[in-house]
Design a protein around this ligand. Structure first.
Ligand code: ADP
Ligand code: MG
Length: 389
């Protein structure tokens, strides 16, 4: 177990600055995910932590100790890659044993067959074999230890890679998109196994993914990255309910958050789609605003106390338990609603304009820079009914 702190780390490749004074603190035993689009610098962060690449500036501390000059193999950090990086000609058991053999045996003692007969080697080999069996059991690989990677499924290969990371008993596990090569069904299963493993080991996990659903499902906290910076670091619920910016709001959630243009009128009230919302924005806020609300906070009909907008149903996607509806607002925006299938209205040709209600507690307002406006001090009263359109 260990805590990890990255302090103002910088990394450039040639002229391109990939990480620019990035700060990150990971608690002891935490499951933290780095989430961001391809190319935003996630793998670079992991490689710097593992010691597979060098920092330009800043510090990396493991349990408070600066590890800048500590070689990768002495950092007690294990990395699991997307490609598994297994040796194809070695059995699963040998693949798992490799990190221990490299560490505990001399070059001669590592030789196949005769290595075991060299002085002192037998007891070390026996210890390694026992460790391999122990971790193989943890990830249910006992029956498959003699197979080569080519004789294993994708999910089984991923478990060999996991076991190989575990065998050294590292203080920190780093995962670089470990599920990318698995099909959708298996991805969900293996991600649950990884979350389980985290609970059992209680070790610090830093997990990289570009899949927001995956990050939200298994992490204690998620760092949302873009262009080498962390936009927001928070628990999944906080990112979903109170994103700091439009960018984070858009990145989290499926279907995506609804965003419609809004403005503040002379009295400071937010106006969207010709509807005045009883929220006051602070006087300094820019007049060009964006109103955001999640698809599940939108309901058909006029509900007391809710914000109401006139909308027309455009299409409906059936998804078993629920339906996703596309609606057009009077102001010309397209928004989505997610409703239980039984409650979702059918699409009619030339559908009428109807009232839809938005749960006011879930409304978000962003300023012209895309930052969330704090509405805590706003005066919330009753809703003025929308003008007839
Ligand atoms: P991610 O893992 O988020 O997809 P990476 O950390 O792999 O992103 O890469 C971030 C940026 O750094 C990308 O633009 C990538 O092209 C660049 N990059 C990464 N590694 C190297 C390298 N060894 N040499 C040059 N550019 C690199
Ligand atoms: Mg990457």
């Amino acid at each position: 177990m260990a805590s990890l702190a990255l302090q103002a780390i910088c990394k450039s490749f040639g002229e391109t600055r990939v990480l620019d004074r990035l700060d990150l603190e990971v608690q002891d035993g935490e499951f933290l995910s780095l989430l961001g689009p391809s190319g935003c610098g996630k793998s670079t962060v992991l490689k710097l932590i593992a010691g597979l690449d060098h920092l330009d500036a800043g510090a990396i501390r493991l349990d408070g100790r600066d590890v800048a000059r500590v070689a990768a193999k002495h950092r007690n950090v294990a990395m699991v890659f997307q490609s598994y990086a297994l040796y194809p000609y070695m059995s699963a058991a040998r693949n798992i044993a490799t990190p221990l053999e490299m560490r505990r045996l001399s070059r001669w003692q590592r030789l196949p067959v005769i290595g075991r007969w060299l002085p002192g080697a037998a007891s070390i080999h026996a210890g390694i074999d026992a460790s391999v069996r122990r971790v193989a059991e943890t990830v249910s690989l006992e029956q498959l230890l003699e197979r080569k990677p080519g004789q294993l499924s994708g999910g089984q290969r991923q478990r060999v890679a996991l076991a190989r990371a575990m065998v050294r008993n590292p203080a920190i596990f780093l995962f670089d998109e470990p599920l990318s090569n698995l099909d959708t069904h298996l991805r969900k299963q293996v991600r649950t196994e990884i979350a389980d493993l985290h609970r059992r080991l209680g070790t610090t996990f830093v997990y990289v993914t570009h899949d927001q659903e995956e990050a939200m499902a298994i992490s204690d906290r998620v760092a949302v990255m873009e262009g080498g910076r962390i936009l927001q670091l928070a628990a999944p619920e906080t990112l979903y309910v109170r994103p700091d910016s439009v960018t984070v709001a858009r990145f989290i959630g499926d279907p995506a958050i609804n965003l419609i243009p809004a403005a503040a009128d002379a009295s400071g009230h937010v106006v969207a789609d010709n509807t005045q919302i009883e929220f006051l924005v602070p006087g300094r806020s820019a007049r060009a605003l964006t109103l955001g609300f999640r698809p599940e906070s939108l309901f058909p009909g006029a509900r007391a106390g809710a914000m109401q907008l006139r909308m027309r149903l455009v299409s409906r996607e059936y998804q078993g338990a629920r339906c996703t509806l596309a609606l057009e607002t009077a102001g010309g925006s397209t928004v989505h609603a997610v409703l239980p299938a039984a409650e979702s209205p059918a699409v009619k040709r030339g559908g009428d304009w109807q009232s839809w209600s938005i749960d006011r507690a879930q409304l978000l307002v962003f300023d012209s820079e895309g930052l969330r406006v704090d509405l805590a001090s706003a005066v919330a009263g009753t809703i003025s009914p929308s003008e007839e359109i």
